[in-house]
Design a protein around this ligand. Structure first.
Ligand code: BDR
Ligand code: CA
Length: 308
């Protein structure tokens, strides 16, 4: 079993990723940390708790982290995730407060005392992770690795050059990619190839509380993808990163040098990947290049159905 901390910004696909961690015996979820991203920190934190409440999982700690990027202005994705960050399903407000500690300090305590090395799974901007590595560099050795959703070798989704999580806080991403921690980047190159369809949502809708929630999330979230791309389906980006931890054979990676563009507006947040060794950058990342979409979606539907 892999000990995991999910660092997220729910967010429809973050919520589905969280459900997938809860449904998977390969993962021991030590807790959830939240960050400003798809919506402001107060909303992403409330959403993480609302999803856990829905499944009666008040045993899972939630700690709130950074409320803005390291140096840039805060940006949110209300156009994709709505005003609450989790528009669509009717979920009551959060039934508890997050931990009193800041996520970065909470993370340090948990990583330090965990009997086994911990895998961080960031599915939002990398602000918390960068702060954690800067504040507690001695704890790097207690990490088994970081498996993140973000970036793209190819086209971005917020600008032609960049994917949202990296674009929001490129300075944080640059620190994480330069940290020397074993890093896996699950980016748009694979998440856009594994679309959840109306048929998946329909199957899930009748399986219980968790499946119904995912179907309701899908209803809202798929609209953006239909309007923007004309797709009859929606990528569940963040769940792909979790799936990589559950079963690494679902996603093929190549190991290469990746550098983050922290420069001007046109290329801000681009994850430049030297896939073919053209510029000889030292390899620092396993980059997702292919996904077994059918097996991934089968796993997602089966596991979430199993939550009842
Ligand atoms: C990423 O951005 C967010 O909107 C999603 O939750 C995902 O983490 C995809 O670019
Ligand atoms: Ca996310």
């Amino acid at each position: 079993m892999t000990s995991v901390i999910l660092d997220c910004d729910p967010g429809h696909d973050d919520a589905i990723a969280l459900l997938l961690t809860l449904a998977s015996p390969e993962i021991g979820l030590l807790g959830v940390t939240t960050v400003s991203g798809n919506q402001t920190l107060d909303r992403t934190t409330a959403n993480a708790i609302r999803v856990l409440d829905h499944l009666g999982r008040d045993d899972i700690p939630v700690a709130a982290g950074a409320d803005r990027p390291l140096v840039r202005r805060r940006e949110v994705a209300a156009n994709v995730h709505g005003h609450t960050g989790l528009d669509g399903p009717e979920l009551p407000g959060p039934g508890r407060e997050p931990c009193a500690e800041h996520a970065v300090d909470w993370l340090a305590g948990v990583v330090d005392s965990a009997p086994e090395p911990v895998t961080l799974v960031p599915t939002g901007p990398l602000t918390n992770v960068a702060l954690f590595l800067a504040r507690y560099p001695e704890l790097k050795r207690k990490l088994d690795g970081i498996v993140l959703m973000g970036g793209a070798i190819g086209e971005g989704n917020v600008t032609p050059a960049a994917e949202f999580n990296i674009w929001v806080d490129p300075e944080a991403a640059a620190r994480v990619f330069g940290s020397g921690v074993d890093l896996t980047m699950v980016g748009l190159d694979v998440t856009h190839r594994a679309l959840m369809t109306p048929a998946h949502a329909q199957r899930l809708a009748s399986t219980g509380r968790a499946g119904r929630l995912v179907a309701d999330l899908y209803d809202f979230y798929s609209r953006f993808h239909r309007d923007r791309y004309g797709w009859d389906g929606a990528p569940v980006h963040d769940a792909c990163a979790v799936a990589r931890v559950i079963d690494p054979t679902l996603i093929e990676t190549c190991t290469c040098g990746v550098r983050i563009d922290t420069g001007g507006e046109l290329s801000r947040g681009r994850t430049n990947a030297d896939r073919w060794g053209r510029v000889g950058w030292e390899p620092n990342c396993h980059v997702a290049v292919d996904i077994d979409a059918e097996r991934f979606l089968g796993l997602l539907v089966d596991r979430i159905s199993g939550l009842g």
